[in-house]
Design a protein around this ligand. Structure first.
Ligand code: OGA
Ligand code: MN
Length: 211
């Protein structure tokens, strides 16, 4: 456990530093293997019990289910009712949040996250993760849960990078199990390309509000 803690600490410092320097970062094998397996198993169970719902866009009055924009399904974790496995992930995210705060001074105060399933054929068009009206989502954190993902399986996360010479560029990130992607929610436009295989993840946001 001591060793796990030390590795997590180093990974978290690396993430915070990269976020500070360029606004996004990818880390492989982020969670300890037993937790990764438990999260995958829990996702499967929730799916088989019909717990996933069509995801929407927007917040409050502007919330809408728009399958022409995003066609994934989600299960929101409830901080007051976490399973043991979910609580273990939440704890890792709290530690990461603290490290980012120390290095980046973003004033991140809380976390929210959901499991997401993209059935074959589904996608999420280009967007930013901050809502137009309420901008409390500051940092996006995605953990993927898919074994042996191949380029032909589609479903890459495409992030668009700030133009240095006027031209926008992009990077495609495959949703391979254990891979963590972290980026600034208000600055990095991104999309999920149409997936061929079912694609699973835990998508979360560090927020600058306490609730
Ligand atoms: C999102 C999102 C990306 C991904 O849920 O807002 O952009 O790779 N997800 O799952
Ligand atoms: Mn997004």
């Amino acid at each position: 456990m001591q060793e796990d803690g030390q590795i997590m600490g180093e990974q978290n410092s690396f993430i915070a530093q990269s976020l500070y320097e360029r606004g996004w970062v990818v880390v492989d094998h982020y969670v300890p293997e037993p937790l990764r397996v438990a999260l995958s198993q829990e996702k499967r169970q929730l799916l088989s019990h019909g717990e996933f719902r069509h995801a929407g866009i927007g917040k409050g009055d502007s919330f809408a289910i728009r399958p022409e924009i995003r066609s994934d399904k989600v299960f929101w974790m409830d901080e007051s009712d976490l399973s043991q496995t979910q609580a273990a992930y939440w704890k890792l995210m709290d530690e990461l949040r603290h490290t980012i705060n120390q290095r980046c001074f973003l004033g991140l105060r809380s976390f929210e996250c959901h499991f997401a399933i993209y059935p074959p054929g589904s996608f999420y068009l280009r967007h930013l993760d901050q809502f137009q009206a309420v901008k409390y989502r500051v940092v996006t954190v995605i953990l993927y849960l898919n074994d042996d993902w191949k380029e032909d399986d589609g479903g890459a996360l495409r992030i668009y990078l700030p133009a240095t010479d006027g031209e926008e560029s992009y990077t495609d990130i495959l949703p391979e199990s254990g891979r963590l992607v972290v980026f600034l929610s208000g600055e990095i436009p991104h999309e999920v390309l149409p997936t061929v295989r079912e694609r699973a993840s835990i998508t979360g946001w560090f927020r600058d509000v306490a609730y």
